[in-house]
Each structure stands twice: as structure tokens, then as C-alpha cells.
Design a binder for this molecule. Structure first.
Ligand code: FES
Length: 104
């Protein structure tokens, strides 16, 4: 059950920048929109800590820009080496023009 929603910014900024970044539960988080749906995920590759905010989005996967590991944005699962541990994914919603991410 969600105990708190963290406001990461406006929907307008998300659309203008192609994403939003912030901090949730002490972790860096990125929000992006794919085919109309919002995804919020930990902005830190589990292989060696690279930011995933600048990674290519292919379907519902993000590709780490440093060594190419892929993560599923639905589950956080690491899909290809050199990453083996999942990233965290978060609930996310829009409310009144704001982007809110669920803090566990
Ligand atoms: S830091 Fe992401 S694959 Fe190496």
C-alpha cells in the first residue's frame, strides 16, 4: 500500500523535457512517458551505477548508456548482462497537472 506520493514536477515539464528526475525514498528516480503511459524507475544502473535517465528507450525497456544492460520498465528486471540485479520501479500517476510517484 502506498504511504506517500512524491511530487516530481509538472506534466508540462515532463512533456517539454521528455522526462522528469527527482528523488524518491532516498533514491534517484526518472519518469518518462511511453505510448501514453507513465513509468517511474530508479535512475541508477545496477551494474556500475550509471544514470539511466539518458538511456535509449526501446519499447518498454531502458538501455544503460554505459555498457548496454537492458531493464524492463514494468518490473525493473535486468534483461541482459552486464547487469543482473533489478532496478526499482515505482507507481506513478498524474493529478492536477502534477506528476506523482509512489514512495513505498
Ligand atoms: S553501468 Fe550500466 S551496464 Fe554498466
Amino acid at each position: 500500500m502506498t504511504s506517500e506520493w512524491i511530487d516530481l514536477g509538472t506534466v508540462a515539464d515532463l512533456e517539454a523535457r521528455g522526462g522528469l528526475t527527482g528523488e524518491v525514498d532516498g533514491r534517484p528516480v526518472t519518469v518518462t512517458r511511453i505510448d501514453g503511459r507513465l513509468y517511474a524507475f530508479e535512475d541508477c544502473c545496477t551494474h556500475d551505477g550509471e544514470s539511466l535517465a539518458g538511456g535509449e528507450i526501446e519499447g518498454t525497456e531502458v538501455v544503460c548508456p554505459r555498457h548496454g544492460a537492458r531493464f524492463c520498465l514494468d518490473t525493473g528486471e535486468a534483461l541482459t548482462p552486464p547487469a543482473y540485479e533489478p532496478i526499482r520501479v515505482f507507481g506513478v500517476r498524474e493529478d492536477g497537472g502534477r506528476v506523482l510517484v509512489a514512495a513505498p
